[in-house]
Design a protein around this ligand. Structure first.
Ligand code: C2E
Ligand code: CA
Ligand code: CA
Length: 644
């Protein structure tokens, strides 16, 4: 019931954009109706009032109905209830017609007006008002006529008595006017309908366009993240129903930023479009491909039978990237890193699947890019630990949880400690010892290594000052310097300041750098290293042999020492001759370049003896001593032991 009432009193359902047009339409309809009322009043009631001398019931009571509406029009036009007033007024006019002996006209006038209002307003409520007024006045007047009752001394009128020629003429005039009005109303209706249809079509088209834009990436026209989120829900439902698997594949281009930075955004954009094409070519039609930002794409593959099949799809995809791409005259080589998570093995939750694919993608990047990696729970754990560590590093730094340890270096000839490598240690208050192999790479990624690096410089030079004050003035302490510190021009300044502050001899300090410094920042590194060398600090190449440095580099850079990597030292005790051969080659290379040689990670007597016998200058390793805190190191110095 409530529904029906609501329906009756609500508009026929029209879209909001059409409301304005409707309101204008109604104002025009109101005007037609008012004109009709005014015509009835002036023509019908005025003329008949003269004829029958019924001014009082005819013309004046007509004015009573028409004038308020004409006055109200200005203020109420367009209002819905104004239409009800008009409807009621129309119907009341029939009362006046009867008074004016215009009974016949009145009869079909009702029907006509009801029809007109119905069609004109496309709104049933005025019609209900009209019908109600008609019914009420018929009941009242039929009663009055039947029983010839007089109200307020009005003359009792008998319905449908014979009429004169004047009435016939008036009747004809009305019929003609009615036809005109009806014609006009029909015209309004037609125009309005066309109007609505046209704007409806326009709006529909606009909506479609808007929807497309909001759901697609404008550059590649691939579905965007919003779209992906919706579509992947269907994929999930489908997989749930059919107990099938699907894979979420996260793809990120390698070094895309470089292309954008060096060749400009135009080329970058063109490249992204090409990438979209490569993706479409590389996977089946059923694969959902979307670009979710910058150079990141997510694909959802559901049509694979086993992991091998999926792997070969991905390998194929990575292969397609490895080809030369021709873009606006450039031939570009591109690669991508891909991470994969699988429903339901890794998770049944879409958000997790996306996150896991992202984590796996980072693993692929970490493994050297141009690569793919499947998500695993171990990976997840590792990432969580890493995030914890990164978040905790700042606090730990302020809480003094970082300390420098010293691992003695033994001179092969004098068999005495000639120095040490300073190594960072993190003793976490809750988690205990966190190895540098874990936190150093993270600190390098986040840039926190710059703080740690400065800390190491300051603390090692302060320690050297303390060693000096104890009488150990010829020790050479080496610190590890990360590649990141070479990008940062403060390195030289920090070293110089610390040396000056502690008034130590710069030759007591050495830096250990990896070959990657020389390769990555050739020009900058050369300048920086030359300056540092000029200060008097010695320069050691760490992990020597594991990088790609050629002899020409070694000649170009101001190097003092080659540090043979532990992996080669390990190979000395192999049955196979080749390990020993390699170490020998490095040792003789050092000799011919007039560089000192240090072997690190020496754990056995056999290794030590081989190195000693083949001319290595310095030995560092567990065989002699592990890294230790400063106090222990001082105790060792005091013991003045002979190592052999
Ligand atoms: P690295 O520069 O190659 O340091 C040598 C590593 O070998 C040290 O590990 C040392 O404890 C270990 N080691 C020395 N002798 C032996 C041995 O006989 N056997 C075995 N198994 N290991 C031995 P640690 O201290 O865990 O450091 C790991 C890496 O962390 C270092 O490798 C270095 O790359 C980095 N690191 C440590 N401290 C710093 C630092 O202050 N700054 C920077 N940038 N990196 C640091
Ligand atoms: Ca080192
Ligand atoms: Ca090393």
């Amino acid at each position: 019931m409530k529904k029906i009432v609501n329906y009756i009193f609500s508009y026929p359902k029209i879209p909001s954009y059409a409301k304005m047009s409707f309101q204008l339409f109604h104002i025009e309809s109101d005007r037609v109706m008012l004109l009709l009322l005014a015509l009835q009043w002036v023509v019908a009631t005025f003329i008949t009032s003269i004829k029958y001398a019924t001014f009082y019931y005819g013309f004046f009571s007509g004015a009573f109905i028409v004038l308020p509406l004409l006055l109200l029009y200005k203020h109420l036009k367009g209002e819905r209830y104004f239409r009800y007033f008009i409807a009621v007024a129309m119907m009341l006019f029939s009362v006046i017609f009867i008074q004016q002996y215009l009974g016949r006209i009145e009869m079909h006038f009702h029907v006509f007006i009801a029809m007109a209002i119905l069609t004109l307003y496309k709104d049933v409520t005025p019609l209900i008002f009209a019908a109600a007024t008609t019914i009420i006045h018929h009941i009242v007047f039929n009663y009055l006529q039947l029983y010839e009752v007089s109200l307020f001394g009005m003359p009792v009128m008998v319905f449908n008595y014979g009429c004169g020629f004047d009435i016939v003429i008036l009747h004809a005039i009305f019929v003609i006017i009615e036809l005109f009005v009806l014609g006009y109303i029909v015209r309004l209706q037609v125009e309005h309908t066309i109007n609505i249809n046209e704007s409806q079509n326009q709006v529909n088209e606009l909506n479609r366009e808007l929807e497309h834009i909001s759901m697609h990436d404008t550059l590649t026209n691939l579905p965007n993240r919003l779209n992906l989120n919706q579509k992947i829900k269907n994929v999930l439902l489908n997989a749930e129903e059919n107990s099938k698997k699907f894979a979420v594949i996260f793809l990120d281009l390698d070094h895309f930023k470089n292309i954008n930075d060096t060749l400009g955004h135009d080329i970058g954009d063109a490249l992204l479009k090409t990438v979209a094409d490569v993706l479409k070519e590389s996977v089946s039609k059923d694969t959902l491909i979307s670009r979710i930002g910058g150079d990141e794409f997510i694909m959802v593959v559901s049509d694979f039978n086993n992991q091998n099949e999926l792997t070969s799809t991905i390998q194929n995809l990575l292969n397609n990237f490895r080809k030369d791409l021709f873009i606006k005259g450039y031939s570009l080589r591109l690669s991508a890193s891909v991470g994969i998570s699988i429903y339901p093995d890794d998770s049944k939750n879409i958000k997790d699947l996306m996150k896991y694919a992202d984590i796996a993608m980072y693993k692929a990047k970490g493994d050297g890019r141009d690569n793919f990696s499947f998500f695993s729970q171990e990976l997840n754990k590792k990432v969580h630990t890493e995030v914890d560590i990164v978040n905790d590093m700042q606090r730990a730094f302020h809480d003094n949880e970082f300390k420098l340890y010293y691992q003695p270096k033994i001179d092969v000839k004098s068999k005495k400690i000639v120095g040490a490598e300073a190594l960072l240690r993190w003793h976490h208050k809750q988690k205990g010892f966190i190895p540098p192999s874990l936190f150093i790479p993270l600190a390098e990624n986040t840039g926190f290594i710059l703080n740690l690096g400065k800390f190491v410089i300051q603390n090692s030079t302060q320690a050297i000052k303390r060693f000096n004050s104890l009488g150990y003035k010829n020790l050479s302490i080496s610190i590890n310097v990360s590649t990141r510190q070479f990008q940062n021009t403060n390195l030289y300044q920090d070293l110089k300041e610390s040396i000056d502050d502690n008034k130590i001899n710069p030759t007591q300090l050495g830096i250990e750098i990896t070959e990657s410094v020389m390769l990555k920042y050739i020009d900058n590194a050369l300048i920086a290293l030359n300056e540092i060398k000029k200060l008097g600090i010695s320069i050691h190449i760490d992990d020597f042999g594991t990088g790609y440095s050629s002899l020409s580099y070694l000649k170009k850079f101001p190097i003092d020492t080659l540090k043979i990597d532990k992996s080669f030292v390990d190979d000395i005790i192999d049955k196979d001759e080749s390990g020993r051969l390699l170490v020998n080659t490095i040792l003789s290379m050092g000799k011919s370049l007039h560089l000192k040689t240090v072997a690190e990670g020496v754990e056995t007597k056999e290794q030590y003896e081989f190195l000693r016998d083949n001319g290595c200058d310095t030995i560092q390793g567990y065989y002699f001593a592990k890294p230790m805190c400063e106090d222990e190191f001082i105790k060792l110095l005091e013991a003045d032991k002979i190592y052999s």
